[in-house]
Design a protein around this ligand. Structure first.
Ligand code: HPA
Length: 273
């Protein structure tokens, strides 16, 4: 089936559920769950009910589209993102971004867990993504039928909205919350990096590395959405002193970072509609 038809069927299903047009949206990364507790949920749709929607296979990614009020602001929350390493196509992992646009979306907030290549960062730190390096082997725009959904040669000079970023940084300063700024490198994973790869990431200018976000950002730019993306630092990737991966420790760091993210969100959401 043509991709456009698939998208249309997904949109039609969600529209039947009578979700109001919503300008603000958010895709939750690994371990981000506290935000959902703050949300006054009005509609909840399981991803597996939406035609052509993939189902997350990763622990701590739930798979629900939620509509509700976050600090009195209407928002669509995609609870559970999809990753390339789960074996889905780029079209499938970015379908939620296209669906968001069709539901009236204009500003998309993204969160993820990432490893620090910049060794001045600490676990649990928030890093606002200023720019990225796509080290995944493909593009979500390089599929048949995608050029009909927006521009083909998408401008990536300023993928992350500078105004929203300023707002976030000013709020962090006000609340004395440490916030880093940096470049996010996206790899496919799911294996973590070797020491040589972490050295390479540092040399090419990355501050943090993770397995998500960039495909969604590319599609969001094709659709001319405004983007704010934050990474929570979950591990420090010192190539000379690598620690084994520790999932409970990663989730504890996300929880710490997410608390700060929520404090900031509370103050800025009203300005993002
Ligand atoms: N590498 C890739 N993805 C990650 C990491 C990492 O070190 N930490 C959290 N997500």
């Amino acid at each position: 089936m043509e991709l456009k038809r698939k998208l249309q069927e997904a949109i039609e299903y969600v529209q039947k559920e009578a979700i109001p047009e919503t300008a603000l949206g958010m895709i939750l990364g690994t371990g981000f769950g506290k935000i959902v507790q703050e949300l006054k949920i009005e509609k909840k749709i399981a991803y597996d009910k939406i035609p052509h929607f993939p189902k997350p296979t990763v622990m701590s990614h739930e798979g629900y589209l939620l509509y509700g009020m976050l600090f009195n602001v209407p928002i669509l929350v995609f609870q559970g993102r999809l990753h390339k390493y789960e074996g889905y196509s780029y079209f499938e992992i970015t379908l939620l971004v296209r669906l968001f646009k069709a539901l009236g979306g204009s500003t998309l907030l993204l969160s993820n867990a990432a490893g620090a290549v910049n060794l001045t960062f600490k676990k649990g730190d928030l890093m606002v993504i200023k720019d990225h390096i796509n080290l995944q082997r493909g593009s979500p725009l390089a599929e048949k039928g995608i050029a009909e959904m927006g521009a083909r040669f998408v401008d990536m000079r300023l993928p992350y909205d500078t105004e929203i970023c300023k707002l976030l940084l000013a709020q962090a300063k006000k609340q004395k919350i440490v916030i880093r700024e940096g470049v996010y490198a996206a790899v496919v994973g799911p294996q973590l990096e070797t020491a040589a790869e972490y050295r390479y990431l540092k040399i090419i200018g990355a501050d943090a590395v993770g397995m998500s976000t960039v495909p969604e950002v590319i599609v969001a730019r094709q659709l001319q959405l405004r983007i704010l993306a934050v990474a929570v630092i979950t591990d420090i990737c010192d190539p000379n002193d690598l620690a084994p991966i520790d999932i409970p420790d990663i989730l504890a760091s996300v929880e710490k970072g997410e608390k700060q993210w929520l404090k900031l969100l509370k103050r800025i959401v009203a300005h993002l509609q």
